[in-house]
Write a protein that binds this ligand. Structure first.
Ligand code: PLP
Length: 397
């Protein structure tokens, strides 16, 4: 069943080929096996040659993992999905697949910290260069593309400053040069944004976040065109080997079933918290996706659950505010039922040199919040008391 046949919410629960063959089990069975036996030697030979479809060994394919991969392809509107052991296994597999020594990668002006770390390694070991682009205008984007640009790598909204990039515009320009556009869609999930439908080529997820949604699994997903995905499966997935375990795939299939409901709540609560923060005297700036921006019409259907804000002061004040929290947990990651707070400059983006961090808009006074599924009033009460107490301005009521 593809997404055009049914609406998004239905596809989250039914998308992909269904498991009638598995004793009509309603929940996808967990095929907790490393290998599959052949009826005879010639069947083994036929499967290895590709003459016959069928399972061989779980690193090459597993029914539980495949059910997840098919559902994700339906949800993103792509031809084929692949699951990886982590978001970073997915990012590294895709970047290694798309580049060779001496190539160039053009990135959005802000990236997940470990993606930045990976780019640094690729540069040091294989002279694969990278640059950052604001991706705000066609002219600036064209200026940044070089003869060796092998791909564009984009996060939108950008973590943690929540700036949104116009994917239609980027896909149009990249298309003129025949350069594939890769989008890390972790913050949105296909429920809020579908880059492939906007002309981009490859979508990546850290499924650890909203897709799993319960803070109990590390996983990655990639969706794209069949030819590219087949190569990714045969080379980077099979030979580097960062595959997802069947049990973790099952957790993600389960998570997907409630993704739309969770994201509706994450978005509405985050929107409210962003509004409250804007009116708080100790908050200088609030960063939350501006989905109403005229040139982004329809790109994101809602703002999502993550926001960031600058407080009065620097690192010390930011840490002090965080230390006053009682309900909200200090933790990296996002997309969980629990509200999580972190300090990018000293945590997720500590690997990024200070100068680069500043260019990305990550000051020492920036705090990132992943708004969870608790009562929004409880989340705000905790945040408000921490802001007031942390800044030494205890409000007496
Ligand atoms: C968490 C995250 C990753 C890395 O995913 P892991 O599952 O932790 O490996 C990549 N990109 C973004 C935007 C993320 O938030």
């Amino acid at each position: 069943m593809n997404r055009k046949e049914k609406r998004m919410e239905t596809s989250m629960i039914h998308g992909g080929k269904h498991s009638d063959e598995f004793l009509r089990s309603l929940s996808m069975p967990i095929f907790q096996t490393s290998t599959f036996s052949f009826q005879n030697a010639s069947e083994g030979e036929r499967r290895f040659s590709g003459e016959e479809e069928g399972y061989i060994y779980t690193r090459l394919g597993n029914p539980t993992v495949k059910a997840l991969e098919e559902r994700m392809a339906v949800l993103e509107g792509g031809e084929k999905g692949l699951a990886f052991a982590s978001g970073m296994a997915a990012v590294s597999a895709v970047l290694i697949a798309l580049t060779k020594a001496n190539d160039h990668i053009l990135c959005s002006n802000g990236l997940y910290g470990c993606t930045y770390g990976l780019l640094t390694t690729l540069k040091e070991k294989y002279n694969i260069q990278h640059d950052f682009s604001l991706m705000e205008t066609e002219e600036e984007l064209r200026d940044r593309i070089t003869d060796s640009t092998a791909c564009l790598f984009i996060e939108t909204p950008i973590n943690p400053t929540m700036k949104v990039i116009d994917l239609r515009m980027v896909a149009k320009v990249a298309g003129e040069y025949n350069i594939p556009v890769v989008v890390d869609n972790t913050f949105c999930t296909p429920y809020l944004q579908r880059p492939l439908e906007l002309g981009c080529d490859i979508v990546i997820h850290s499924a650890t976040k909203y897709i799993g949604g319960h803070g109990d699994v590390i996983a990655g997903l990639v969706v794209g065109k069949k030819d590219f995905m087949d190569e990714l499966a045969m080379n980077e997935q099979k030979d580097i080997g960062g595959v997802l375990s069947p049990f973790d795939a099952w957790l993600l299939i389960r998570g997907l079933k409630t993704l739309h409901i969770r994201l509706d709540r994450h978005s509405s609560s985050a929107g409210k918290i962003a509004k409250y923060l804007k009116h708080h005297p100790l908050v200088n700036e609030v960063y939350y996706p501006d989905i109403e921006s005229p040139n982004l019409k329809g790109q994101m259907s809602d703002g999502g659950g993550v926001l960031a804000f600058d407080i009065e002061g620097g690192k010390e004040e930011a840490h002090q505010v965080m230390d006053q929290l009682k309900l909200i947990k200090i933790a990296v990651s996002l997309g969980d039922a629990e509200t999580l707070i972190q300090h990018p400059a000293s945590m997720t983006h500590a690997v990024v040199p200070e100068e680069e961090r500043k260019k990305m808009g990550i000051g020492d006074n920036l705090i990132r919040l992943s708004v969870g599924l608790e009562s929004v009033d409880d989340i705000w009460e905790d945040l408000e008391q921490a802001l007031n107490a942390g800044a030494g301005k205890k409000k007496r009521t």
